[in-house]
Design a protein around this ligand. Structure first.
Ligand code: ADP
Ligand code: ZN
Length: 739
């Protein structure tokens, strides 16, 4: 009977992004399993590929033979094979991109260590007398002392193959196959330091209620998704730890994802201290050897808990019972290159596959997650009280329009200056925060704060000085640059800008003797720069830390008594529909950086939009009000969670070719898009990056995944089209950043 194998070729190319069929030659039958790698002929070359399935028949009748088997064990689990197929559909990637995302590159290079054959004594061995066969007797003694050993190892210790075969014939030993880890109890090299053990806390009332709910879900058989909305220091981590412990008691495994930046040594110690020897840690700073060791721990079943950043969601854990995503609103859970997956979606897929529980946690949940949890009814867990005595700091909002009216045109308001002076006098510490990009594309009236926005997309219009127009970067609507403010008739129309460099210069002028640290992408390029600055600031070698997003997290210093947000508007006016949400999250996070010590602390937010709901609600630490206001905006314009978005981003060095490709594709998408709205093509907000022109088309509609098969077909057509190589197409399902 002929046997077939369906193989995906291990080449990152659109040309081979489909399954190929091969014959399984007679001598390989029974040895090949799905998930293994094989060597196959393709055209006139040899390639490696992954076996997807072993179908009973094939429509093609001129098939070639598989030429070799690469792995002795499948590299991909059945779950990963199914997940890969889903990823390629949901996130529009090549199947091979999905496979590569699931297995680290270093692991793919080596062979999966297969099972090992060892020689072990049988029960009869105890009764037999081997006085007349000294070589055999010696072998048996070695085995008695050392336990089962591989043949070559026995030979090294003074036995040989002939002796072993004789013993086998007498039924005194047998050869059995074992997993490699059985040979080294404990598995480790004994050199690692053990994290100090930590004991579970006695839970508070709110914590108990949440924990009980998670326990109930874990005891059930249905997959469940829950959101834990708990303010900072409400003790979420303790819930995670105890839920994981409960899950392990049930004989299942658990996974916890955290943003890369919070995977600090303390964090790791926390988990290793609670589950000693059973935690595998995965993050991008691991050496190749270390990463392989962690993976091996998962594969051989020693690791029951995986702690890691985004890509750890693919860890090949078996019998997963609980998946936790901490800080679930963080954009870093979305991968920006293929496969452009969101860890939350992948986690939910795995939870359903394993009938497991997915627990999302955040102090500022994403609108999507909070909305979904509310709709479900019993899926929202709340913790509103702090476990620690730290109080939330007071937040003061400064209206920069008033500053201007009072003749004060400086980048720092009078209030912020006064507070900065106080910090310097008392020798305390301050953080000054400016948004990452210092995106300066929007136009603002300095008298009333008005910003021109697109009437159909509600994102700020971007100024193009060269053509003297303003443009909406979602729908391509253009308008003239106003001479006077359309809202107040004022004449002080400004192009907005404020960057970390500028703030640093001003602070230097103000306090020539002050010690400053500036942290942004330019100053932290070196590998250890981040931890160096962290240490310097902690040791009080500087009074003022100026920084971007980077300092919004994890900087917990008791002597920081002032946080200044220099220009909340840079985030608020990003031409992205999530700008208000990002602003709220950022302000909440930044505020958490102060009032951590006995001296307390305060937050000052400078803005031209003191009445904007992102700012007023963040100042009141009021998530629910923010959620309600912002949800209404999303509903009106049918943005997520009321729709899905699918973004087609075209980029290339030739401006005309990029536009032409975008126009062509948009035309083809029309019949495939069903009821979805098509926006664009329009120049992307960041129109030119590194000599590449960027143009996008956005599909907006309900239940977009249903359209995937049709859209995939159009994408395939696109790649088959002449000239498609010079314009890169990136398809992004529910992009987190639309710039
Ligand atoms: P979150 O993750 O919500 O920000 P954490 O889990 O970090 O909060 O908790 C803040 C601090 O409170 C931690 O030091 C933690 O060990 C401690 N903690 C948590 N739960 C309890 C409890 N029930 N009793 C005492 N201390 C607790
Ligand atoms: Zn628009």
């Amino acid at each position: 009977m002929p046997q077939y194998a369906e193989v995906i070729i291990d080449l990152v190319s659109n040309a081979v992004d489909r399954p190929f069929h091969y014959y399984v030659p007679l001598e390989m039958q029974g040895q090949i399993r799905p998930g293994m790698r094989v060597e196959v002929p393709l055209g006139n070359r040899r390639c490696q590929g992954y076996v997807l399935r072993l179908p009973r028949e094939s429509a093609v009748d001129t098939l070639k033979d598989i030429t070799a088997i690469v792995d002795s064990e499948p590299l991909l689990t059945p779950e990963q094979l199914a997940l890969g197929r889903w990823l390629s559909m949901r996130f529009y990637c090549r199947l091979i991109d999905a496979v590569h995302a699931m297995i680290p590159a270093s692991f793919r290079r080596g062979r999966r260590p297969g099972d090992i054959k060892v020689v072990e004594p049988t029960e009869q061995a105890a009764e037999v007398n081997l006085e007349r066969a000294p070589a055999q007797k010696k072998t048996m003694e070695i085995l008695r002392q050392k336990g089962p050993l591989p043949g070559p190892e026995l030979a090294r210790l003074g036995s040989n193959n002939q002796v072993i075969r004789s013993l086998e014939k007498k039924g005194l030993v047998r050869t059995v196959t074992v997993r490699p880890d059985r040979l080294e109890p404990g598995g480790g090299d004994g050199e690692e330091e053990q994290a100090p053990l930590t004991r579970p806390h006695l839970l508070r009332e709110e914590q108990t209620a949440c924990y009980d709910r998670v326990k109930r879900a874990l005891a059930g058989v249905r997959p469940e998704k829950m959101l834990l909305h708990g303010i900072t220091a409400s003790g979420k981590t303790e819930i995670y730890l105890q839920s994981i412990a409960y899950c392990l008691e049930q004989g299942r495994t658990a996974m916890i994802l955290v943003p890369e930046i919070s995977l600090t040594p303390q964090m790791i110690e926390h988990f290793e201290g609670r589950f000693p020897g059973r935690v595998a840690v995965l993050h991008s700073r691991l050496s190749v050897a270390e990463k392989n060791r962690q993976w091996q721990m998962i594969l051989n079943g020693r690791a029951k808990v995986v702690l890691g950043a985004r890509s750890a969601v693919f860890a090949p854990l078996e019998r997963v019972g609980l998946i936790i995503i901490d800080e679930e609103h963080e954009t870093t859970y979305k991968q920006e290159e293929a496969p452009r997956y969101h860890a939350r979606d992948v986690a939910w897929w795995r939870a359903r596959y394993n009938r497991a529980v997915l627990l999302l946690g955040s102090a500022t949940p994403s609108l999507e997650s909070y909305y979904e949890a509310l709709e479900c009814g019993a899926c929202l867990l709340n913790m509103k009280e702090r476990v620690t005595p730290i109080q939330l700091p007071p937040v003061q909002v400064v209206d920069m329009r008033e500053e201007l009216k009072a003749g004060h045109r400086f980048i720092f308001s009078r209030l912020l200056l006064e507070e900065l002076n106080g910090v310097m006098e008392r020798d305390e510490q301050a953080l000054l925060f400016i948004n990452r990009r210092g995106f300066a594309g929007f136009v603002l009236c300095r008298e009333c704060g008005h910003v021109v926005r697109c009437s159909s997309c509600d994102v700020s219009m971007t100024l193009h000085l060269d053509r003297r127009i303003m443009c909406c970067h979602y729908c391509a609507r253009e308008t003239a640059v106003p001479e006077t403010c359309p809202s107040c008739r004022g004449t002080k129309i400004r192009y907005f800008s404020a960057g970390t460099q500028r703030v640093e210069d001003e602070v230097k002028k103000l306090y020539p003797a002050a010690r400053l640290i500036r942290m942004d992408r330019d100053t932290t390029a070196g590998r250890h720069a981040h931890s160096l600055y962290y240490r310097q600031f902690r040791e009080r070698e500087a009074n003022i830390l100026i920084g971007t997003q980077m300092i919004a997290k994890g900087f917990d210093f008791p002597d920081v008594t002032l946080v200044g947000v220099v220009a909340a508007d840079t985030t608020l006016n990003l031409p992205d529909f999530r700008a208000p949400e990002r602003t709220f999250q950022l302000l909440t996070q930044v505020a958490g950086r102060t009032a951590r010590g006995p001296r307390g602390g305060k937050v000052i937010v400078q803005t031209y939009h003191p009445r904007h709901h992102s700012i007023t609600t963040a100042a009141e630490h009021d998530y629910l009000s923010f959620f309600k206001a912002e949800l209404e905006n999303r509903r009106q314009l049918a943005y997520p969670p009321f729709s899905d978005l699918l973004r087609f981003l075209f980029s290339g060095p030739d401006e005309e070719a990029v536009f032409e490709a975008a126009v062509w594709m948009t035309g083809r998408l029309e019949p495939a898009a069903g009821k979805a709205e098509i926006l664009g093509p329009a120049p992307a907000s960041l129109y030119r990056i590194k000599e590449q022109y960027r143009v996008h088309t956005i599909l907006k509609g309900k239940a977009l995944p249903r359209l995937a098969p049709g859209i995939k077909k159009v994408i395939r057509e696109y790649h088959g089209r002449k000239g498609s190589e010079q314009v890169r197409l990136a398809v992004d399902f529910n992009p987190q950043v639309v710039l």
